[in-house]
Design a protein around this ligand. Structure first.
Ligand SMILES: NC(=O)c1ccc[n+]([C@@H]2O[C@H](COP(=O)([O-])OP(=O)(O)OC[C@H]3O[C@@H](n4cnc5c(N)ncnc54)[C@H](O)[C@@H]3O)[C@@H](O)[C@H]2O)c1
Length: 439
């Protein structure tokens, strides 16, 4: 059914400001990538907004425009970036240290990258135990810090002349926390900011500053940020989209490809053991049990929700699922993921699948960051607010309404994303029924 009233989408006029807490491996790979693409030194591989098409109408119609021609998106050349980090390195130095991209490529991008210097961060070592750095804001209450961030944002807007902004967290993974009383309502939260409540994390201070100024917030890391009633209340009140959490880039991407396939053929699962070795700063932070716990939670939930053991007790009720991440410095950003999958078939006969994914974490994450920035901006211009479930495609632990389970199956997520775009433009949603071809 087409949406009888296509959504009014404001045009993508002017520049789009991208505010990024955390200028480490993913962010610098992203920024350098944009500069390389603008100069024709590389292509935006992995990005739906830049490369994918969307089928419209019946298969006989032959209409498959590029997504970026179908919905009004900001262009790569319209992006202006501002970052915060606890280290003072500019984006060129940070990219060199991250060790993801070739030094010869970086040398060609030295000028634009050196111009991006991180603003002073809001940081609290109670939330990221393995890091400390000099580039942090002066002491003050958590509310003072929120005000300072809002000041940074206003100054950036004035200086850069951007017409719209979005914030995307690409900082380190904070330790695992659940909602506390201070997160119950916006009023409780604001009172907690003034009193510097220890349950309020730095990422929540950034998110508060963004949402307060009407700026969409996306969370690329696994910890809880806007998954709290107080910040969702602020997002709804100010008509701002939020999305998260944890980029679905490597092993979980593989998991959400394979698990729907096994389930589609009603093959059973006895166990799934996933382990990773990685040696970048993210790996070092995740070596702390509190930060690892945040990651473990987002990495673990996908299988249960895809396989639905409650509906298929013979196949998926009792499978054993274990996820490990080992910090191993020699590998740097070149992560290696192993999955051992014990499955069973006809009459319960066992079989095994082994997946060895030699990936590059930040190379996989950078295009997700680009798509999220452009789609969150689209959502804002289309008047969408609160949780953007249609962007689940990009996340390991998708945010979702309290009354529904999160959708982890990547094929359903992609269908949902594309149907949302069709719905925005008043096109028929695609159901794949297709009986009309055989009338
Ligand atoms: N690389 C991937 O494929 C991938 C996938 C999913 C999620 N993530 C998540 O994305 C985040 C970034 O990953 P990365 O590989 O770039 O990590 P990284 O360690 O290279 O970069 C994170 C940066 O954040 C900074 N930082 C920490 N706390 C901060 C604060 N309060 N304010 C401002 N800056 C702060 C650190 O100094 C560091 O430079 C991590 O949380 C990671 O778990 C990455």
């Amino acid at each position: 059914m087409p949406n009888p009233e296509p959504v009014q989408i404001a045009p993508a006029e002017g520049k789009l400001g991208e505010l990024v807490p955390g200028m480490g491996a993913v962010t610098t790979t992203f920024i350098a990538g944009l500069e390389a693409i603008k100069r024709g030194l590389g292509k935006p591989i992995g990005s739906l907004t830049q490369l994918a098409t969307i089928r419209l109408g019946k298969r006989t119609e032959g209409r498959s425009p590029a997504i970026r021609d179908f919905v009004p998106l900001a262009g790569i050349e319209d992006l202006e970036i501002a970052c915060w980090d606890i280290f003072e390195d500019n984006a060129y130095e940070a990219a060199q240290k991250a060790g993801v991209l070739d030094l010869t490529l970086l040398a060609q991008l030295r000028e634009p990258l050196s111009a991006i210097r991180p603003m002073q961060a809001v940081f609290d070592q109670n939330f990221v135990k393995r890091l400390s750095g000099p580039n942090t804001k002066a002491s003050g209450s958590k509310m003072d810090h929120a005000e300072m961030l809002m000041d940074d944002i206003r100054k950036f807007q004035q200086k850069s002349g951007v017409s719209r902004m979005i914030m995307i967290w690409c900082g380190s993974t904070e330790v695992f926390h659940v909602a506390a009383p201070v997160h119950a309502t916006l009023q409780d939260f604001e009172c907690g900011l003034t009193k510097s409540d220890p349950e309020i994390s730095p990422s929540q201070i950034y998110a508060y500053a963004a949402l307060k100024l009407g700026i969409p917030y996306a969370n690329g890391a696994p910890h809880m940020t806007t998954d709290m009633p107080a910040l969702l209340e602020l997002a709804r009140n100010n008509h701002v989209p939020v999305s998260g959490k944890d980029y679905k880039s490597g092993q979980t991407f593989m998991k959400t490809l394979v698990a729907p396939g096994l389930k589609s053929r009603m093959l059973g699962l006895n166990g799934w053991f996933s382990t990773n070795i990685l040696g970048n700063r993210d790996g070092e932070v995740l070596d702390d049990p509190g930060s690892f716990r945040s990651k473990e939670v987002t990495k673990s939930s996908a299988l249960e929700h895809i396989l639905q053991g409650q509906l298929y007790p013979d196949l998926y009720r009792d499978f054993y699922h274990k996820v490990r991440i080992e910090y191993y410095p020699p590998r740097g950003d070149a992560k290696e993921g192993w999955d051992n999958i014990d499955i069973f078939g006809w009459l319960g006969y066992p079989m095994q699948i082994k997946i060895n994914f030699l990936c590059r974490d930040s190379i996989l994450a950078a295009p997700l960051m680009l798509d999220l920035v452009l789609f969150m901006d689209l959502a804002q211009r289309a008047g969408m607010r609160g949780i953007q479930e249609w962007l689940s495609f990009y996340f390991k632990g998708p945010m979702h309404a309290a009354e529904v389970y999160p959708e982890h199956d990547i094929f359903i997520q992609l269908m949902k994303l594309k149907n949302t775009l069709r719905w925005m433009r008043g096109e028929d949603l695609i159901t794949h029924l297709g009986l009309e071809y055989y009338d």
